[in-house]
Write a protein that binds this ligand. Sequence first.
Ligand code: AMP
Length: 469
Amino acid sequence: MGNLEHSCGVIGLSLDTKVAPFAKKALRVIQHRGQESAGVAIFNDGHISYLRDMGLVHEVLRGSEYYNLTGNVCIGHVRYSTEGESKASNCQPMTVTTSYGDIALAHNGDITNATELREQLSKKGWAFLTTSDTEIIIRILAKEFNETRDPIKAIKNTLRMIEGAYSLTMLIGDRLFGIRDPMGFRPLCIGRLKEGNVVVSESAALDVTGGEFIRDVLPGEIIEVTRTSFHSVRTPAPKNPAHCMFEWVYFARPDSIMECREAYEVRKRIGQILASEHPIDADVVVPVPDSGRAHAIGYAEGSGIKYEEGFMKNRYVERTFIMPVQKQREAGVMLKLNPIRSTVKGRRLVVVDDSIVRGTTLRKLVQMLRRAGAEEVHVRIGCPPIVAPCFYGVDMKTRGQFVATGRTVDEIAEHITADSLGYISIDGLVKALNIPYQDLCLACLNGEYPTPIPGERQRFQTRLNEHGQ
Ligand code: AMP
């Protein structure tokens, strides 16, 4: 199973002016999709040049090294990686040189048949420089392009071989393409600037670069983006897409619009439904900042209980989620969030967060709130229990790490030391999204994978049986 290309962010721009400053701005807007590495590949004068490295966008794309990159067409990437996978050689965009020109590729998602492809190709004598899925795609693409010398044909042939989740931006020489997998797992949209055209993971990047949203790239669609036009080529896609619900629940920016639904609005609706599914008598609704804020506002609206900030967040603390050691993660939570006593002391609190994965954050937070004098702590969660791993690009740990594995809701409440715990139901979530159930990927919630994952259904079933669920 491919395991590197977690929920990253991609861009592609074709402008009538120097593209570097625009690319940097667009990548900064989608920085939340990956903080591990950043990079761009820019076409100029017959070649593709690149700058990519570990670090945040403003740390990597800077100085004369960056601003001397001239050219009007580019792709870019921000990478999210998990513990132990931080390697400069895996930074993107990835680039190769063929006899007929340079190719660059940026990838968000996870190729589910990467291991099989790597084995097949290795047997034929292909060698790989990295452990990344993206290298497999770009090497197949390069071979197909060498053989066909036709970018669209080469892309189509490549897509026929890869399975899983991918939103791609790609340069084949000076030609820019945006591609979304046939299930539409991860987001990708197109937009227009005064200076040209853009393809990007999230629509918020268009607002910030002064652009206008046009539409989402359709599942299975290849779009060639030029300075003045979009040319669409459709590839076969199943009747039902499988949009990842977690983009709206947690991953995307609240101000991004995907499939005509703004993440903020969806989160508020989740909160409102959560209030009707799990009401509680309490004094104040408190969000876990920042990810639980919109859900908490919705819960407050739905319940009529007033909303207050209950935690101060230190925005300079690095991500605790990917810290490799549990003790580190717990200490990280304390460094990141501290209770605001005037909100907490002597009050019955409803604490609202977007999701629980291992339960580290909430267990620590509930303890902190009690120390700060909370009378009762009730926890409400805007995502149903996560019980199965994600193979489509979200870093969901192995099943042994999910706190919901083999525990009832009451047992989870006990584990996180909450007075009560309520998760939104799957039906409630689907209602909040207002997308038909069959058009969503809910695999991490119900173990039903929209594409074949060898052996997974059986492993999931065995686990449920073991725990009598
Ligand atoms: P945990 O402490 O493991 O239960 O982590 C849950 C919190 O981490 C959630 O409240 C989310 O805000 C955040 N989170 C959930 N999934 C991810 C992910 N794949 N990557 C980073 N953060 C996440």
